[in-house]
Design a protein around this ligand. Structure first.
Ligand code: ZN
Length: 353
């Protein structure tokens, strides 16, 4: 069976020429979660020639309600190869270049340069700003979405005067942990699903050179009451297109900030004080032997930690603990984050299997 694009080719904005343009396009999708699922599906269905996917995470059972490209019997496997297999079923003409890695300052520029558009499907500000900065340096369009519970926002960066970059709007990047992300805050699956579908639409519009690409606008959607607001998002004067005076080079991560340990017992053997930064509710429902200091308290009161000690922070998925470790390191404290969080540790209940 051959892929059939006839229903989109009927559109005068697509046609045979548009379809040929899609087949020659390369799109990079950073993050294969609730936003990345629909982006991947719709771009693969549309016949985009090459989809680069970047995600170092394994599938967790709690992901499935918002990431329906995966299946329950795939839990535990890496998402990048799973996504590749899902696309092969949907449209074998699309080539997936799977990178089971994290987007970092070391690979971001090269990856983004090798694609026509980058789609930000990440769930943390650090990655969003890394994508932004690399897209500006590489002069590639980027399609951003951020969601929080029932609301979210969409923004398109292009190396043109009418498109602001993230730093035009937020010159002082927000630190992670100030607001939640999907791993900790609750979310209904269709919310990232809808935003991801809109990111896929914006990406197709860019590839097809269609109007309505959120030129100099920020679109805010609230799915609790279905309200929408379009804000003017002007480019800052110091961010003269296509370059940006605010962006020099990409921030690098401390090599040893994350620690990989197989179990909490092994973590307790390390010469580091274990601190659980989850909320009081999370800690009460699944306590750990660690000292419990919720992340907002820890960031507001770094004096709770001693400059003479070494610390290992732990949370559910390793995202909050990593964000907190970065912040505390900036204040000169010796802090590490347990990679992957509690969900990556060996289950203690062998009889559960
Ligand atoms: Zn800018």
């Amino acid at each position: 069976m051959q892929p059939d694009y006839s229903r989109q080719m009927l559109l005068k904005e697509v046609g045979a020429a548009g379809q040929a343009a899609l087949a020659k396009s390369r799109v990079l999708i950073v993050g294969l979660g609730g936003l990345g699922s629909p982006v991947l599906q719709y771009l693969a269905g549309a016949g985009v020639g090459v989809l680069g996917v970047v995600d170092d995470d394994a599938l967790h059972a709690s992901n499935l309600h918002r990431q329906p490209i995966y299946a329950l019997d795939e839990v535990g496997a890496l998402k990048a190869p799973l996504a590749s297999a899902a696309v092969a079923k949907l449209n074998p003409d699309v080539r997936v270049e799977a990178h089971a890695a994290r987007l970092t300052a070391d690979n971001a520029l090269e990856l983004i340069r090798a694609h026509d558009v980058v789609v930000d499907c990440s769930d943390n500000f650090r990655t969003k700003f890394l994508i932004n900065d690399a897209a500006v340096l590489a002069r590639r369009p980027a399609v951003f979405a951020s969601i929080y519970q029932y609301e979210g926002q969409l923004q398109v960066y292009k190396p043109l005067a009418r498109h602001a970059c993230l730093r035009c709007l937020w010159p002082n990047a927000t630190a992670d942990g100030v607001v939640g992300n999907c791993a900790e805050a609750g979310v209904l699956g269709p919310v990232p699903g809808a935003f991801g579908a809109l990111q896929a639409l914006l990406t197709l519009k860019i590839l097809l050179d269609m109007p309505g690409q959120l030129d100099g606008e920020l679109l805010l959607l609230d799915f609790m009451n279905f309200s929408s607001i379009t804000l003017k998002a002007p480019r800052r004067s110091e961010c003269a297109a296509p370059a940006c005076a605010l962006i020099r080079d990409l921030p690098r991560e401390d090599q040893d900030i994350e620690m990989h340990v197989p179990s909490l017992a092994a973590a307790a053997q390390l010469p580091a004080v274990l601190i659980d930064v989850r909320s009081a509710e999370e800690f009460a429902s699944a306590p750990t032997p660690a000292r419990h200091i919720p992340m907002p308290t820890l960031l507001a009161h770094p004096e709770l930690l001693s400059a003479q000690e070494r610390y290992l922070l732990v949370c559910a998925s390793g995202k909050r603990s990593l964000a907190a470790a970065r912040e505390l390191r900036r204040r000169g404290l010796a802090v590490h984050s347990l990679a992957g969080g509690l969900q990556a540790l060996t289950p203690r209940h062998a009889h559960d299997s």
